[in-house]
Design a protein around this ligand. Structure first.
Ligand code: IMP
Ligand code: MG
Length: 177
């Protein structure tokens, strides 16, 4: 297997500063009690950092995770996202912030939002650390984005390439050479 090079795009301190800003925006948008719902696996680092940044903002969110598998390679729509593991279901009247690593085709966050709405959650805020607007295939836009990037494949800060590179403290671009 070719070993790809990783070219840094966002340093750890750049990510931390933006996560702090996003936590401030979330805390202002969600004054009541709310739950952070992280989308596994890619968003686990971001969710954990956001949770602690929210504490610094004086918020006290609960946290849950959901696992979704996206098969968004074709041109058909949301039916391609499969729910692999679920949630506690206790969301009636509960504010929820859905946290994903990357908004790509848009299917994952669109489906996650629908699932939480069906469970009675509200208000619902969707957020992604990275957004690749060029890749969008459905009419969906997350409420809060960390950074907008072009159509490049990224890894690190929880995000993988074939389960590798999640451990990197920064986000980089994969260049298969
Ligand atoms: P979508 O918006 O439903 O297409 O799903 C986005 C998901 O695709 C993200 O949560 C990631 O798991 C994955 N993904 C998209 N772009 C990348 C990338 O550049 N590196 C690693 N995973 C990616
Ligand atoms: Mg993902």
């Amino acid at each position: 297997m070719t070993t790809p090079e990783v070219e840094a795009l966002f340093a750890a301190d750049t990510l931390a500063a933006r996560v702090d800003e996003m936590a401030g925006e979330i805390a202002r948008a969600m004054p009541g009690s709310f739950t952070l719902v992280g989308v596994l696996t890619g968003a686990f680092v971001f969710t954990a950092d956001l949770l602690r940044a929210l504490d610094r903002e004086g918020a006290a969110p609960k946290v849950e995770f959901m696992r979704l598998a996206s098969y968004g390679t074709g041109t058909t729509s949301a039916g391609e996202v499969q729910v692999l593991s679920g949630l506690s279901g206790r969301f009636q009247g509960e504010g929820v912030v859905i946290v994903d690593d990357i908004q790509d085709t848009g299917r994952t966050l669109m489906v996650a939002r629908r699932i939480l709405a069906d469970l009675g959650a509200g208000p619902i805020l969707t957020c992604a650390l990275l957004d690749k607007p060029e890749r969008r295939e459905v009419d969906f836009q997350a409420d809060l984005i960390g950074f907008t990037i072009p159509d490049v494949f990224v890894v690190g800060y929880g995000i993988d390439w074939a389960e590798r590179f999640r451990h990197l403290p920064y986000i980089g671009k994969v260049a298969v050479g």
